[in-house]
Design a protein around this ligand. Structure first.
Ligand code: ADP
Length: 451
């Protein structure tokens, strides 16, 4: 087992990884920018190294500074966390070339899943269900018309290099198709420097359901069930729950078996998540994330498995000790993302935390680096805390969540807590009756009421 792990990240996720290391008797090295010198992940780590100025590109994305920090501290392995360099295949390869272990998948699998068209083709080849659409990129208007004839309208044009939902256009009939193709290509060129696009059937009211996997690279692959992440605004997840209110045991087992078989065939290693759109009882692959995800704690809550611990053991070459039959799904879990943002306008709200009190009690977990007197920097993602609540039933979970949100005190910056409080009282949410468009409609129709 490793003696020392460098955590190439910041904030709550760096803390999350530190906690797993501590429980395994592994020493930790924190890296930080000058803006994060007082951050909790730096305070709790055994050692810390300043790797650059506030801008991410000069610090948390600075590969050579991170590798130097690993060298001078004598770390054995590097955990990339989420975001930043976690899905950068070149970084993963460099880590290994410098003699450290990368706690994550093989660089070629990160690269494969990072290219949307290649990922879709690979997933199809591995037996994962796809959204019907073009075979690869579409260049000319004639090709687009052919694909639309085959797939039907409405149809979605997506940038191959896309990310964060940008560069997408819907055409509802043939008249709209060529203008939409033109706009999508122009936008893709401007946003990503690459105007290649592909086409897919547009699903009008899908849910976002993703399956969590663990694979040891020795042929053992298990799944930890699904998470429903349909509550999104501008493709940013806000609240996630597990299990999904839309799936039953049979549907869960069926999609779980499909994806575990696929990952076995691929020879995948580490934690990974396959994201689907789910409509009328059918799953459609959208992408695979070759890393830990922000919402992983809800899967931990319903299975009792520490995903970071498993990632570390797998990276150390230890075969998975858990089999699929050992996984017992217990109760229901919900995660609320607490962002330092205005709950109506979603404008970032960095600043000094003048008062802080985290909720507690049975079934309540808070992952956060906040403390009273901490200053939320303006340079990074606005996620400042995750509230994860577990109950024996969905109803118990909802009642507990309501109680925990009432207890949560974060003063000095605006947060999304009031939005969560409103959201969990909405009858559609209480009934589990929502799709990926629901939250935007909810915010548009009830925004402004939050004080
Ligand atoms: P990105 O990499 O830009 O995030 P994704 O393929 O993951 O692109 O899609 C982002 C979001 O766009 C999805 O979460 C979903 O909300 C929407 N979307 C993607 N494909 C479709 C589709 N075929 N039909 C309807 N909505 C889609």
């Amino acid at each position: 087992m490793f003696e020392k792990i460098l955590i190439a990240n910041r904030g709550e996720i760096a803390l999350r990884i530190h906690r797993a290391c501590r429980e395994m008797g592994i020493k930790t090295v924190a890296v930080h920018s000058t803006a994060d010198a007082d951050a909790m992940h730096v305070r709790l780590a055994d050692e810390s190294v300043c790797i650059g100025p506030p801008a991410s590109k000069d610090s948390y994305l600075n590969m050579s500074a991170i590798l130097s920090a690993a060298t001078i501290t004598g770390a054995d392995a590097i955990h990339p966390g989420v975001g930043f360099l976690s899905e950068n295949a070149d970084f993963a390869a460099m880590v290994e070339e410098h003699g450290f272990v990368f706690i994550g998948p093989a660089p070629e699998h990160i690269r494969l899943m990072g290219d949307k068209v290649a990922a879709k083709q690979a997933a199809g080849g591995l037996g994962i269900p796809l959204v019907p659409g073009s075979d690869g990129a579409v260049t000319t208007g004639e090709e687009a018309i052919e694909v639309a004839k085959k797939v039907g309208y409405p149809i979605l044009i997506k940038a191959t290099a896309g990310g964060g939902g940008r560069g997408m256009k819907v055409a509802t009939n043939q008249d709209e198709l060529l203008p939409a193709l033109h706009i999508a290509k122009t936008e893709a060129k401007a946003a990503f420097g690459n105007d290649e696009v592909y086409m897919e059937r547009y699903l009008s009211q899908p849910r976002h359901i993703e399956v969590q996997l663990l694979a040891d690279g020795h042929g053992r692959v298990i799944h930890l069930g699904e998470r429903d992440c349909s509550l999104q605004r501008r493709h940013q997840k806000l609240l996630e729950e597990a299990p999904s209110p839309a799936l039953n045991e049979n549907a869960r087992a069926a999609i779980g078996e499909r994806v575990t078989a696929a990952m076995k065939k691929l020879g995948y290693r580490s934690a990974g998540t396959i994201e689907f759109l789910y409509e009328n009882g059918e799953f459609f692959f959208i992408e695979m994330n070759t890393r830990l995800q922000v919402e992983h704690p809800i899967s931990e809550a319903i299975t009792g498995i520490d995903l970071v611990r498993e990632q570390i053991r797998i990276a150390a070459g230890i075969p998975l000790s858990i089999q699929q039959s050992d996984i017992v799904f217990s109760g229901h879990a919900i995660e609320c993302r607490i962002n330092a943002e205005h709950p109506d306008t979603f404008m970032p709200s960095p600043g000094l935390i003048s008062d802080y009190h985290a909720p507690g009690g049975l079934g309540v977990r808070v992952d956060s680096g906040l403390y009273s007197g901490y200053r939320v920097p303006s340079h990074y993602d606005s996620l400042i805390a995750k509230l994860i609540v577990h109950g024996q039933t969905r109803n118990e979970c909802l009642m507990r969540l309501r109680r925990a949100l009432e207890e949560f005190v974060v003063e000095g910056v605006a947060t999304t807590i009031p939005l969560h409080q409103r959201l969990i009282q909405a009858s559609d949410f209480i009934n589990g009756d929502y799709d990926i468009h629901w939250l935007e409609r909810f915010v548009d129709t009830t925004g402004g009421e939050t004080k």
